[in-house]
Design a protein around this ligand. Structure first.
Ligand SMILES: NC(=O)c1ccc[n+]([C@@H]2O[C@H](COP(=O)([O-])OP(=O)(O)OC[C@H]3O[C@@H](n4cnc5c(N)ncnc54)[C@H](OP(=O)(O)O)[C@@H]3O)[C@@H](O)[C@H]2O)c1
Length: 254
């Protein structure tokens, strides 16, 4: 199988788009060496202008299972396998809601929206993409990848500040879901590395209202974060499935 296929969900976000662009560059390098790489990337509200020969844009709303199913069905019509899945979708604030500073700000709809987009979506994507991961060429040393961008604030033991109930709880739930999935797939879908990742504090729309106290040297560009995350994923073996790691590959306590 001389073709590596990537599936990037949320390819229009700050980090997602940087990952897509770096994979396209990788594609150009690989093509010089004869191997072929194809990238399937999803957009939500509007399809971006960015194009490349081996880049296929698909619409997907991760809060709608039928939309996830349609996107994966479309991919199945194009290819028999996917090697890497990276879910870069996330929600922290909306035009109507900011993350909670105190319990009195908690609102059911916003809480459920966080759970749906940040936690449930990765499980639904896994459910529908499994047949395409099952046909990827992989080994314990070079596993297929199912990665989701989580957040350090989803760590229960690392929680020093409180606040952000909906976001923190949805990321903690995501982490549990992916840990569970890693256990199920270690039995039913060998040699797939399931990981959740902290990308650093990255200069994107999601973090922009909260960058005030972040020193310049600690605020990553999306390109830098994407490069580090891809490096970490390239070095993963199946023994690291079920882990929570940061952009440097350091383990984060649950
Ligand atoms: N930036 C940071 O400092 C930071 C730190 C820790 C963790 N993270 C995590 O990193 C990931 C990427 O965040 P980012 O910083 O790149 O944020 P971003 O630039 O705001 O990107 C978020 C992406 O999610 C998409 N999205 C939102 N709702 C969606 C839905 N229902 N269906 C499909 N796509 C949807 C957005 O598309 P539309 O705009 O079209 O809706 C956008 O492409 C998130 O999981 C975030 O929690 C970020």
């Amino acid at each position: 199988m001389n073709q590596k296929n990537y599936f990037i969900i949320g390819g229009t976000g700050g980090i997602g788009q940087a990952i897509v662009k770096q994979l396209v560059q990788l594609t150009n390098h690989k093509q010089q060496g004869g191997a072929r790489t194809v990238i399937f990337a999803t957009y939500h509200t509007s399809q971006p202008d960015f194009t490349a020969d081996n880049l296929h844009w698909l619409p997907m709303d991760v809060s709608d299972e039928s939309s996830i199913e349609q996107a994966t069905t479309h991919i199945k019509q194009q290819t028999a396998h996917i090697d890497w899945v990276i879910n870069c979708v996330g929600l922290l604030h909306t035009p109507n809601n900011q993350p909670e500073k105190a319990l009195r700000q908690l609102e059911t709809d916003f809480f459920l929206q966080n759970m749906q987009i940040n936690a449930l979506a990765s499980l639904l994507i896994a459910k529908h993409i499994k047949p395409l991961l099952a046909t990827s060429e992989r080994s314990a040393d070079k596993p297929a990848v199912f990665a989701t961008i989580s957040a350090r604030v989803g760590s229960i033991s690392d929680n020093q500040l409180g606040g952000w109930y909906s976001y923190r709880m949805s990321k903690a739930a995501l982490n549990m879901g992916m840990k569970n999935l890693s256990i199920e797939w270690s039995r039913s879908l060998k040699d797939v590395c399931v990981v959740v990742m902290q990308p650093g504090t990255v200069n994107t729309r999601l973090s922009s209202p909260f960058q005030g106290n972040v020193a310049d040297e600690n605020l990553f560009s999306p390109a830098y974060s994407a490069e580090r995350l891809l490096q970490v994923l390239h070095s993963m073996t199946v023994a690291q499935s079920g882990s929570f790691v940061d952009w440097a590959g350091e383990s984060i306590p649950w």
